[in-house]
Design a protein. Structure first.
Length: 277
């Protein structure tokens, strides 16, 4: 009888400890830094806004999402993280997307006035596209621009006085050191600071270099204004996705998602963590 009572008491203690451990694990999974996580499964793209009440969108500080997201979903997340909500600021600080995926969407999730958001950039020589027999005479004549494909380097919230420049080593398929010293550590070309105004000559140069449309981004001239349109690409996270989202402190991304650094956000204060596959 005493042995049975002892066994029962041991069972009660073990059972209580298991419940305590389970509760602790639950607490760690759904609470971080005092924030309660809201978990949402998006079964159909574009429906995130219908899965969260307005109160949740206004007050949620930590959100975990599973499923595929399009531009409409990203717009909801941006509002929740504090963008464009002066009267009712969003409070989202931690966003866990490591079980989420981005789908290609031609509809922009973000449209910005390039002057107001202080967009600034330059064109970086990326790839040499002429063969050596045709390139050599032109290179000696100093006609170098025709032989490069350029890639963009833009910054949002650029408030510094100095020009946007960058040095790069272009990729070529021949011994360029023997033919043209300037090819080594070639400096970026163009200083495009929209807050200071873009001249017609600068805009023409940007179009010639192909840095007005790139990797889900497009800069367009509309009625005297320059507008930046940003769209989603499949499984690509653009570094400017959460521009202007002042509440955001942490984003968790899946490892398989690629980063697009064509446009960097100088105002960003959040960190990015990689998890999962």
């Amino acid at each position: 009888m005493k042995r049975s009572l002892l066994n029962y008491q041991v069972f009660r203690v073990v059972y209580s400890m298991r419940r305590l451990i389970t509760c602790a694990v639950f607490f760690l999974l759904f609470f971080e830094g005092g924030r309660a996580h809201t978990f949402v499964v998006v079964k159909k793209v574009g429906t995130l806004g219908t899965l969260l009440t307005q109160v949740q969108q206004d007050t949620c500080t930590a959100l975990a999402i599973k499923g595929k997201l399009n531009s409409a979903d990203i717009r909801v997340l941006r509002r929740m993280a504090g963008y464009g909500t002066e009267g009712r600021p969003g409070r989202l600080a931690v966003l866990d997307l490591h079980k989420a995926r981005f789908v290609k969407d031609s509809e922009p999730f973000m449209v910005l006035d390039a002057s107001e958001c202080r967009l600034a950039g330059t064109a970086i020589p990326d790839r040499y596209i002429a063969n050596i027999s045709s390139a050599s005479p032109d290179l000696r004549n100093g006609n170098d621009q025709a032989f490069f494909l350029y890639k963009p380097k833009f910054l949002l919230g650029y408030s510094r006085d100095e020009a946007v420049t960058e040095h790069t080593m272009p990729s070529v398929d021949f011994d360029y050191n023997a033919y043209s010293p300037w090819l080594v550590n070639r400096e970026s070309d163009g200083d495009f600071r929209f807050a200071m105004g873009i001249t017609d000559a600068q805009w023409q140069k940007m179009e010639e270099y192909g840095v007005t449309s790139f990797k889900g981004h497009q800069i367009m001239r509309e009625n005297g204004h320059y507008m930046l349109y940003v769209c989603l690409q499949k499984d690509i996270f653009p570094a400017d996705m959460f521009y202007g989202c002042s509440s955001l402190q942490e984003i968790v991304l899946p490892r398989k998602v690629k980063m697009n650094f064509s446009v960097m956000d100088e105002t960003a204060r959040y960190r990015i963590i990689r998890m999962g596959k």
